[in-house]
Design a protein around this ligand. Structure first.
Ligand code: DGJ
Length: 448
């Protein structure tokens, strides 16, 4: 069982400019040393803290838990706890499907209400489940499952309108995509507000300036496709034709919609890049969405800064530190190896392990003394995560590295650490619990 540290709650309530969102990277959660397990996610802000709730796929596709992580800056995340845990039988038992949990707060009943997709392993039951809690990121009471209005329901979303009226978004395979009005207590559905006859799943509604944007994906299983959106000024009115919001043919930058939310002045698209053969290795594609009038278009920065207010900015230029550089110190068996996809066609392997192979990069440059998101380019040919202890200026943390396609472009793991102004920063990779770390290609350090 994972620990429940709350260290990140002490972070500043505004996003530091040098912390960056790196879509598609390994994001190690504080308190777990693991890549965040919160897929098919929703996000909710309570008292200036963000809570990220999603599916835990650490051990495959079947239900293990619904996890909750917290952050004040949307970059550094700490595991808080399981909102729903594996039970011995029933909807939350072994070999069950529990997907796409979404939470909204009911102001009248002072209750957090979670809806989710409940199914058997062949997706034949097609039901929704409901759970409640008095605490956003505490344990939830599971109330049970049903087919809303007697209709099939697989992928779901929730939308709470400005006046407190809330809606279930529900993919009904025989009939289309539904917007079902919830009862005032949010625990049930009353009637269908709108039925799209077109077949879309992964639904999410975002509203701006009186315009409702419904986002959703086509039905291609775990494979990404060009996700679509439609708009209306009335949930039960006339909706525009479905259109792409990312560049056509990119499969929504290889992702599927999970949620859309405004953070400060930025509308953020949250998507999943599913790895169907190894769901735990699925990454998170969070990107800034430009909304103008009735148009939505997704930006695709490789890294970006999400400020507490003001416009988002692209990550910008970076300085590079090659692992194989002769100015680094390799010890205890760590050695330069060839790596066809790496910059310079070399990386440093044999990091960690029982001999504690160690790579010390001594001349890391930073323009400012600040907490910075460093991108670590790496390769890991295993089907499970590797780990390394990474000490930055003497402060050590454990970083996870998801499986990567060796020989191709290396994968990225993010490291958020305090750098000092100047060229004297030192980053040391060594063993975590005697396991082998990844092969390190290089570090990318943002220039301010
Ligand atoms: C696509 C859905 O959007 C996912 O949430 C999941 O249910 C997969 N299908 C299962 O194939």
């Amino acid at each position: 069982m994972w620990a429940v540290p709350l260290a990140s709650l002490a972070l500043a309530s505004t996003a530091a400019a040098s912390l960056q969102i790196v879509p598609g990277a390994t994001w190690t959660a504080g308190g777990t040393n693991q890549h965040i397990q919160a897929h098919g996610a929703g996000l909710i802000e309570v008292d200036s803290t963000y809570y990220w709730v999603g599916e835990n796929h650490f051990n495959g596709s079947a239900f293990q838990s619904i996890n909750c992580y917290s952050s004040t800056d949307l970059v550094e995340w700490t595991f808080v706890g399981e909102l729903l845990s594996l039970e011995s039988s029933g909807d939350l038992g072994p070999d069950r499907v529990v997907e796409r949990p979404k939470i909204i707060y009911n102001d009248d009943t002072s209750t957090y209400v979670m809806w989710m997709h409940i199914d058997d392993s062949s997706y034949a039951e097609a039901k929704t489940g409901v759970a409640t809690s008095s605490s956003v990121c505490g344990e939830y009471d599971y109330l049970g499952s049903f087919q809303p209005l007697g209709q099939q329901s697989r992928d779901i979303g929730l939308f709470k309108d400005d006046n407190g009226t809330a809606y279930l978004l529900s993919e009904d395979r025989p009939n289309g995509l539904r917007i079902d009005r919830l009862t005032d207590d949010y625990l049930n559905v009353t009637y269908t507000t709108h039925l799209f006859p077109e077949h879309y799943e992964a639904p999410a509604i975002y509203k701006q300036d009186g315009v409702y944007f419904m986002f959703g994906s086509q039905l291609t299983g775990w494979s990404a496709n060009d996700n679509k959106y439609t708009t209306s000024t009335n949930l039960n009115g006339t909706w525009s034709s479905w259109a792409d919001f990312a560049v056509s043919g990119t499969d929504t930058y290889d992702s599927q919609t999970s949620y859309v939310i405004k953070i400060g002045d930025t509308v953020m698209y949250m998507g999943d890049r599913w790895i169907s053969t190894n769901l735990m290795a699925s990454t998170y594609i969070w990107l800034p969405l430009t909304i103008e009038g009735t148009n939505a278009s997704l930006n695709d920065p490789t890294s970006w800064i999400l400020p507490a207010s003001g416009p988002w900015t692209a990550g910008g230029t970076e300085t590079t530190n090659e692992a194989e550089s002769s100015s680094n110190t390799l010890s205890n068996g760590a050695t330069v190896i060839s790596c066809s996809g790496c910059s310079g066609s070399e990386s440093v392997g044999w990091i960690g392990g029982p001999d504690n192979g160690t790579l010390e990069i001594r001349n890391v440059t930073s323009d400012a003394s600040t907490t910075t998101t460093i991108q670590i380019r790496f390769e890991n040919g295993d089907s499970t995560q590797r780990y390394a202890s990474v000490a930055v200026n003497g402060v050590s943390q454990v970083v996870a590295f998801l499986p990567s396609d060796n020989g191709n472009t290396p994968a990225t793991s993010v490291l958020n650490a305090q750098l000092e102004s100047g060229d004297g920063n030192v980053v040391v990779f060594s063993a975590y619990e005697e396991g082998y770390g990844p092969d390190i290609d290089r570090l990318l350090v943002p220039e301010e």
